[in-house]
Design a protein around this ligand. Structure first.
Ligand SMILES: Cc1cc2nc3c(=O)[nH]c(=O)nc-3n(C[C@H](O)[C@H](O)[C@H](O)COP(=O)(O)OP(=O)(O)OC[C@H]3O[C@@H](n4cnc5c(N)ncnc54)[C@H](O)[C@@H]3O)c2cc1C
Length: 298
C-alpha cells in the first residue's frame, strides 16, 4: 500500500523544525530514520498530514563525552552508536545491546532518538535508557525541558512528548563505580523483535553486598517494565546464585504481568522473564566484581 497524501518539509535547523511543529500541531509528525513511521504510513495506521523531515538538521547528529557521561543527538544513526568507540568505553551496556536491534540495514537508517520516541514496548533502547538513568532533552518553540527516562514512557507507543515537541538529545550518565551491566533477549530469529528481553545493572558495596540493582524488561507489558520488587529484594544481599534466583523468581511472578500473543503465550513470557533475569543479573554481578578488582588494584 501507499501512504495517504501528506505535505513534506525539510527544515535545516531545530528552530525551523520547531516552528513547523508549532504551526501544524497534531497534524504533523517528525520523520527520523523512517524505519517505523514509513511502514506505519504505508499500512495507513498513521496518516499525518505533514511530515517534518529531521534528516537535514546537522545539529541533531552527534556523540559527545563530558566529565559525567555521554550526550547523543537524537538523529544519530543506530549503526553509528553501535560502532562508536566512545559508546563502547563510556556506555558498554548500549554497545553490547545495539546488535540486537533489527538488522544492520535498519540500524544504518534508524536513529537513536527515533527509537526512543517511537516507544515500541518491544524496543531495546527505551529499556536501556531507564536502566542507565538517562535523561531526554525535549524542545519546542515554547522552550526546553529535561525528562527522566523513567518518566518518559506513559503507555503503549505513548511518551511524555507533546505534538509540538522534539526529542533533541539524550544524556547518559557513566555507570557508578563497582557496577556491572548486562543485556539479553530471546527472539525467534536474530533481528526479530524479542519475545522478552532484560537489561540489568548491579552495584556492589565495598563489602561485596549489593548496594543497588536495576532490572528492566522489554516485551512483557505496554512499555518498559522495571522489576522494582526484585531490585529491592537484592539490596544488602550477597549476590549468590540463590539470591539472584530468588530475585528472578520475584521479577517473573510479582513485578510483571505479561500478555500473550501470536509470538508467545503469557506463561512462556513469564518463563523467559525468569530465565533472562537470572542470566543478566549473574553477568552484571560478574562484571561488577571484575570492575571492583580493577579499581582495587589501581
Ligand atoms: C523489520 C524491522 C525490524 C525491526 N526490529 C527492531 C528491533 O528488534 N528492535 C527495535 O528497537 N526496533 C526495531 N525496529 C525499529 C527500528 O529500530 C526503528 O529505527 C525505530 O523504531 C524508529 O527509529 P526511526 O529513526 O526509524 O524513527 P521513525 O520511524 O522516523 O519515527 C518513529 C516515531 O518517532 C517519532 N520521532 C522520531 N524522531 C523523533 C524526535 N527526535 N522527536 C520526536 N519524535 C520523533 C516519529 O514522528 C514517529 O512517530 C525494526 C524495524 C523494522 C522495519
Amino acid at each position: 500500500m501507499k501512504p495517504a497524501a501528506f505535505d513534506y518539509f525539510a527544515p535545516k535547523s531545530i528552530d525551523e523544525a520547531l516552528a513547523l511543529l508549532a504551526q501544524h500541531g497534531y497534524d504533523a509528525k517528525p520523520l527520523a530514520g523512517g524505519q517505523s513511521l514509513v511502514p506505519t504510513m504505508n499500512f495507513r495506521l498513521a496518516q499525518p498530514a505533514v511530515l517534518v523531515d529531521l534528516n537535514g538538521i546537522n545539529e541533531l547528529f552527534f556523540i559527545r563525552e563530558n566529565s559525567a557521561g555521554l550526550r547523543i543527538g537524537a538523529m544519530t544513526r543506530q549503526r553509528t552508536v553501535e560502532r562508536s568507540p566512545l559508546v563502547q568505553r563510556r556506555a558498554p551496556l548500549i554497545h553490547e545491546t545495539m546488535p540486537h536491534i533489527a538488522h544492520p540495514q535498519i540500524r544504518n537508517r534508524g536513529t537513536f532518538g527515533g527509537s526512543l520516541a517511537h516507544a515500541d514496548p518491544a524496543s531495546e533502547l527505551p529499556v536501556l535508557a531507564i536502566t542507565l538513568n538517562a535523561r531526554m532533552r525535549v524542545q519546542s518553540s515554547r522552550g526546553e525541558r529535561w525528562v527522566n527516562a523513567s518518566d518518559f514512557y506513559l503507555d503503549l507507543f505513548a511518551t511524555d512528548l507533546q505534538p509540538d515537541e522534539l526529542l533533541v538529545e539524550i544524556d547518559i550518565p557513566d555507570l557508578p563505580a563497582r557496577t556491572g551491566w548486562a543485556f539479553d533477549e530471546v527472539s525467534r530469529r536474530h533481528g526479530d523483535y524479542a519475545m522478552a528481553g532484560a537489561a540489568a545493572t548491579v552495584t556492589l558495596a565495598v563489602d561485596g553486598t549489593v548496594a543497588a540493582a536495576r532490572l528492566v524488561y522489554l516485551s512483557v507489558g505496554d512499555f518498559p517494565t522495571e522489576a522494582f520488587l526484585a531490585e529491592t529484594a537484592l539490596i544488602g544481599e550477597r549476590p549468590t546464585s540463590a539470591a539472584l534466583a530468588a530475585a528472578a523468581e520475584i521479577a517473573a511472578t510479582q513485578d510483571i504481568s505479561p500478555g500473550g500473543d501470536i509470538h508467545a503465550s503469557a506463561a512462556y513470557r513469564r518463563h523467559l522473564a525468569k530465565v533472562l533475569a537470572a542470566r543478566v543479573l549473574a553477568r552484571a554481578v560478574d562484571r561488577a566484581v571484575e570492575r571492583s578488582a580493577e579499581r582495587g588494584s589501581a
